[in-house]
Ligand binder design. Structure first.
Ligand code: SF4
Length: 961
């Protein structure tokens, strides 16, 4: 019997398949791009790839629509109308590059810091940071300052790594997984795959998040914490675990600085510092001898209690005694904090009990011998199978750095970092702050016409490392590494434009940006930033930021505000290195890196930004980018990826090195390296030896492997830093010790916030406004289907999120008298927006929230003027200011974490009221339509009517078969 097929069989869609790396979000999954007649027909996941093992998400498959977007820029552009008008004329690449070089060359020769070079979702910071250093400007950073620097810096300073790119839960062995403040944007596929594993194994998933969406929606338990109080909750969990004796004492002794002796000498310059021997080695109290010995002494039995009398009359005690004293305090009693964190005390106690049960009652023992860095041999590896993950939710607050540190301390007292079943590092991490470079940029490190004496970003270890002048004045345009944000590992991109316009600490001449939509969703105070970008000097009539160069692949809102546009390619048309020198794609059991390569040639007059940057560098004669005769050293970025050596034998890619292409980690450049990657599916991967897979920070087999791979030149084992001497050094300075001290107006803040043990203080915005007037917290979440502002121009993804409502609980909606589909006004101390309402449960009762970066400005991204993203999509950014409200003395502090400068997006407080019935059903504010740059064709119906377009495209493809 013949059966009529219900659906037609799919015709063969591809002539060839090319394997590269996805860039539809930051996970960097391996993809197979199916091509036919020179066109992309289909994208699937690469089953061999270490990151996604064949899994592809909605964004990844919609890459085809990104690649063919009508919003793609088509040629270099020169502004011909006023800034912000969007009026441009097309120019040649030669004119564009000559113009850029003409603007940059004079400032390099006179005052290189007059260039502010900032990048957004750049995945090539190993190149861009090096370029800035060779140019000689300290004014470089990427978007970390307004994303999750608290998470990264809190992790590096505490455990030598952080979540996501630095590490991962041990998905195969963990018994309990806790997510703090995570939306779906980072580590997207790997977390989804991991959650799948946990669900299959019947393991417990817990979410702590004001909003129960995304991953939280499939959690077994949801804790709807009040925004900005996560730190208080975590410290309360630590108290409960300590009180009940559920801490891993042996782990704390062996792998953390809990036994390190801390000097107690109130008022003196050494108070709170570690007791060290003449070699600078921190001391512990040895139970066997009863004396202080170096912390790395083989066979010493570290005491966690006791006291050592010092010659000067002071004493030193193990830091564990300070930890116990700090966290057993009644201030963290669940009964005391329950109201503030929005979670009943009994549930907090239950969460602590669940963590203890998973960590200790379900202990894992792996029979794998290993040797630690003190030379002590271990027959087994002990696992505490509790793992955690966190991201922007706990990070983007003014108390976020200390909250992130507190979370790592919670992991450490459970003994669950870098152990079986716990949180595990991905190479080249772990890597403590001391092993990273310190930032450069002080006046003595910046010389006109020369490279800067060091990289612009790094990790400071005390006040002496700050990037300030002799008078204490900030030296960077964003004031990173000054007393405003001393431990600012990623810079403060959100402060660059406002500081440059204010000329504080100085004006810049050229603002050069890449993939950073600062005129829209990437800025706080969006309208204000647009005004700043167009602000003119009253006397000269010139723009306050005289020249703006911008590179992007698409017509984002920022394009209209630049003077010179360098159009980038799509991710399928270029070379990229997913490098161990930058943000790796390794897994806890293996080392990996990957490439992108042009699977299609560009059909427009565009060039990959990284190649353009190297071209500009060569035209400027920057060292490392030119040969001795002044000619360009690299033909393009692909050539650089293969032949650049950061130091002998170490280049952007670690695989297929050496003359025969067989070397891994270290090796001379291999001219056939890119071909080898392409042949291998676009990536390289090598397994870590079994004896080196856990306890990496203390495991000599791993340390030797890391040296072999080129992560370090010598082993760098270390203890985790629960007690931070770095923070104490800043606090001592605020108390009046040392040559480098904070200005008077910041002393009290440094003393309050730079506690050497993680502490909690209320978010700054809540303290600066009248909480009765603005009683509600307002947040954004990143949707799983979108990656920043790219997604809502993509016709496939627009069908998932065409606009963004403001989500309210039914209780809150009833209080205001609105229902689903009604409109409300949301007002902060800074602004007011009119937005549509959706009702949901599963949200903290004092919180409203919406999806991030869906709303678009009229005329941008080639969307129709009446597209839903324009009429019903909005940004919360209009409500947030980069500065806090004025204080009594008239001063306005940055709306940032005082330690790292992280933008405190999630401190936002608002009030809501129903919009009047006669008001238009349209978001407010609206802005003038931006003109479309020349060369961009008006899109077919596809961008406005995604579904209709899909139907017509299907018809056409059938005709073509
Ligand atoms: S998770 Fe990100 S990188 Fe992976 S397929 Fe999806 S969009 Fe691409």
């Amino acid at each position: 019997m013949s059966v009529e097929p219900i659906v037609e069989r799919s015709p063969k869609v591809a002539d060839e398949v090319k394997k590269t790396t996805c860039y539809m979000c930051a996970c960097r999954c391996g993809i197979n791009v199916h091509l036919r007649d020179g066109k992309v027909r289909y994208i699937e996941g690469n089953r061999d790839h270490p990151v996604n093992k064949g899994v592809l998400c909605a964004k990844g498959s919609a890459g085809i629509m990104q690649h063919y977007s009508p919003a793609r820029l088509r040629s270099p552009l020169k502004r011909v109308g006023p800034r912000g008008s969007g009026q441009f004329e097309e120019i040649s690449w030669e004119e564009a590059l000559t113009t850029a070089t003409g603007w940059l060359a004079p400032i390099r020769e006179t005052d290189p810091k007059k260039l502010a070079f900032f990048t957004g979702r750049d995945q090539s910071q190993a190149l861009t940071g090096w370029w800035a250093q060779q140019f000689g400007t300290p004014n470089f950073a990427a978007h970390g300052g307004f994303c999750s620097v608290n998470m990264a810096a809190g992790g590096i300073y505490t455990i030598g790594g952080a979540f996501w790119e630095f590490g991962s839960p041990d998905w195969d062995l963990t018994e309990m997984f806790v997510l703090f403040g995570v939306a779906e944007d980072h580590d997207s596929n790997p977390i989804k795959m991991g959650l799948g594993k946990l669900k299959n194994r019947g393991k417990r998933v817990v979410s702590v998040n004001p909003v129960q969406t995304g991953y939280a929606a499939i959690s077994d338990d949801w804790y709807g914490v009040t925004p900005g109080t996560d730190g208080l909750l975590i410290l309360s969990l630590i108290r409960e675990l300590m009180l009940s004796g559920n801490i891993d004492v042996d782990y704390l002794r062996r792998y953390t600085n809990a036994p390190w002796l801390v000097i107690r000498n109130p008022g003196a310059a050494d108070d709170g510092l570690f007791l060290r021997d003449d070699d600078g080695k921190p001391q512990i109290l040895d139970r066997n001898s009863g004396k202080p010995v170096a912390s790395n002494s083989r066979g010493a039995a570290a005491q966690l209690q006791g006291e050592v009398k010092l010659d000067n009359g002071a004493v030193a005690v193990p830091s564990f005694m300070l930890i116990a004293q700090a966290y057993l305090d009644d201030a963290y009693n669940p009964d005391v904090i329950a109201g503030k964190v929005g979670i009943p005390a009994a549930r907090i106690r239950q969460l602590a009990a669940d963590l203890a049960e998973a960590a200790f009652a379900k202990e894992i023992v792996i029979n794998q011998p290993w040797t630690d860095w003190k030379g002590e041999h271990h027959e087994t590896m002990i696992g505490r199978p509790v793992s955690m993950h966190a991201m922007r939710g706990i990070s983007a607050h003014s108390n976020g750095f200390q909250t992130c540190r507190a979370l790592h301390v919670l992991q450490l007292i459970l003994g669950s970092v870098e152990v079986p079943g716990g949180f595990r590092f991905k190479p080249p991490y772990p890597k403590p702050a001391e092993v990273h470079p310190k930032p450069a940029g002080r006046p003595d490190q910046v010389t006109p016409g020369k490279p800067m004496a060091g990289a612009p970003l790094g990790y400071v270890l005390g006040p002496d490392d700050l990037i300030i002048g002799k008078d204490g004045a900030p030296q960077r345009i964003d004031k990173a590494y000054s007393w405003d944000a001393p431990m600012s590992a990623h810079g403060l991109m959100h402060m660059v434009i406002s500081n440059a316009v204010a000329g504080d600490p100085y004006p810049v001449d050229v603002l050069f940006m890449y993939m950073a939509n600062m005129a829209w969703n990437s800025s706080m105070n969006t309208r204000g930033v647009m005004d700043m970008l167009t602000a003119k000097d009253n006397e000269s009539g010139e723009y306050k930021i005289p020249k703006i160069i911008y590179s992007d692949a698409y017509q984002s809102e920022m394009v209209a505000y630049a003077d010179l546009i360098l159009p980038d390619t799509t991710y399928l048309e270029r070379h990229d290195a997913i490098s161990l020198l930058d943000r790796p794609i390794c897994e806890p059991d293996g080392v990996a890196d990957a490439i992108r390569w042009p699977v299609l040639p560009p059909d427009r007059d565009v060039r990959g930004f990284q190649s353009v940057l190297l071209d500009i560098g060569a035209r400027l004669g920057l060292p490392g980018m030119v040969n001795e005769d002044g000619s360009a050293k690299y033909a393009d970025y692909g050539d650089y990826i293969v032949n650049h050596e950061r130091k002998p034998g170490i280049g952007p890619l670690a695989g297929f090195r050496g003359e025969n292409g067989k070397a891994e980690g270290r090796g001379s450049p291999n001219p056939a390296q890119l071909d080898a990657y392409i042949e291998n599916g676009g990536f390289w991967h090598t397994e870590i030896p079994d004896a080196a897979k856990y306890y990496k920070m203390a495991n000599m087999a791993y340390q030797d492997f890391a040296v072999e791979m080129g992560f370090f030149d010598s082993p760098q084992p270390y203890d985790f830093q629960i007690y931070s001497e770095v923070l104490q050094k800043f606090r001592l300075a605020a108390e009046g010790h040392g040559d480098v001290q904070p200005p008077e107006h910041l002393r009290a803040r440094v003393k309050q916030c730079f506690t050497p043990l993680p502490s909690w203080y209320p978010p700054f915005e809540g303290s600066a406004i009248d909480e009765d007037e603005f009683p509600i917290h307002a947040l954004t979440q990143r949707p799983m289907a979108m990656y920043h502002s790219w997604g809502s121009q993509n016709p496939w993804l627009r069908q998932i999120h065409g606009y963004n409502p403001m989500f309210l609980s039914q209780t809150l909606a009833s209080k205001v008298g609105v229902g689903e589909g009604d409109w409300i006004w949301v007002t902060s101390h800074h602004g007011k927006i009119r937005v549509p309402v959706a009702i949901m449960e599963g949200v903290n009762e004092h919180t409203i929230w919406t999806w991030n970066a869906i709303g678009k400005r009229k005329g941008a991204w080639q969307l129709d003027a009446d597209a839903p993203e324009v009429k019903k999509g909005f940004l919360l950014n209009h409500l947030i200011h980069e500065l806090l409200p004025p204080k009594g003395d008239g001063m306005r502090w940055a709306n940032s974490d005082p330690i790292t400068g992280q933008a405190a997006w999630f401190d936002l407080r608002v009030k809501i009221e129903a919009a009047a019935a006669e008001e238009p059903a349209e978001v407010a504010p609206q802005f003038d339509q931006i003109a479309s740059p020349p060369g961009l064709t008006k899109p077919e119906a596809m961008l406005r009517y995604g579904l209709e377009w899909t139907k017509s495209a299907t018809k056409q493809s059938k005709k073509g078969q």
